[in-house]
Design a protein around this ligand. Structure first.
Ligand code: MF3
Ligand code: CO
Ligand code: CO
Length: 267
């Protein structure tokens, strides 16, 4: 290459100094998601949650990566119950027992921080709690598979093998992605796969892992609004997302919760 950058199979290799920028962006996304927790309760609308996120991004002097992205108009995606991802915030009222993913991407000094988590309004069902736990643990198993010399197939396998053992299914239609000074870059980070397959993981790669797990079948469809993805069988779906960087020994998580609130409080 002639622009001083290094890539492997089109995947950018970042420099040690670049990790600091990603930590700053990731921490802001995580702090905003920490603050969202208090708002999520029966009677709140998803639009009110998005307004809070938009104001928080602005108050931090940062930029929302999603406002204006391919025509998207909101500071978050909010995906309730059988919505898999890309739910559009609006006047939908949260009700007791709803489970929802809130996904926020911010830009700080040109670096992108992308994270999402599950929240509950009121008291969720036993099966909804189990889905949230399995999805969280699937993400963490995927992150544990990250180290130089492993492959992206190892990450996908760790997630798939765990979710399917729990008799849940992995969504195939959406994936994680490289990021850094851009929102979506190579590679596609699949949440299913086979050990040893796919590109090699190297120190300095930055990407998200963001598995979507369904209680029923894996198939999805996108609604007429061209964004909202739902399970075809209307079964519940959950998702957690971290942005990470590959170090010499494993994964550096850029979007760790400052308040230790990544997993929701369920009473
Ligand atoms: N944050 C999402 C992701 O994890 C992308 C949202 S794009 C939007 O990649 F336009 F729908 F907001
Ligand atoms: Co993402
Ligand atoms: Co995201």
């Amino acid at each position: 290459m002639n622009d001083g950058t290094t890539t492997r199979e089109g995947i950018r290799i970042h420099q040690p100094a670049d990790f600091a920028g990603m930590h700053k962006a990731g921490k802001l996304a995580a702090r905003i998601l920490d603050d969202v927790g208090a708002l999520v309760q029966p009677g709140t609308t998803t639009g009110e949650v998005d307004d809070f996120i938009r104001q928080s991004v602005e108050a931090a002097g940062a930029t929302s990566a999603t406002i204006g992205y391919r025509g998207y108009q909101h500071a978050s995606c909010i995906s309730v119950n059988h919505v898999v991802c890309h739910g559009i915030p609006g006047d939908k009222l949260l009700k007791d027992g709803d489970i929802l993913n809130v996904d926020v991407t911010v830009i700080v000094d040109g670096w992108y921080g992308d994270s999402s988590r599950m929240y509950v309004a009121g008291k969720p069902s036993v099966k909804a709690r189990r889905l949230i736990q399995v999805t969280h643990d699937a993400l963490m198993k995927g992150i544990e598979a990250v180290r130089p010399g492993a492959t992206f197939g190892d990450i996908g396998w760790a997630i798939q093998e765990y979710a399917e053992t729990q008799r849940m299914s992995v969504v195939r239609d959406f994936c994680g992605h490289g990021l850094g000074r851009v929102f979506h870059a190579p590679p596609n980070v699949l949440h299913f796969g086979r050990p040893g397959k796919g590109p090699m993981i190297e120190e300095g790669m930055f990407f998200t892992i963001e598995p979507m797990i369904n209680l029923g079948r894996p198939e999805t469809k996108v609604l007429a609004d061209d964004w909202t993805a739902v399970t075809r069988d209307k079964s519940l779906s959950a998702q957690f997302e971290h942005s990470i960087g590959v170090t010499a020994s494993g994964a550096d998580i850029f979007t760790l919760s400052p308040g230790g609130k990544f997993f929701p409080d369920i009473d």
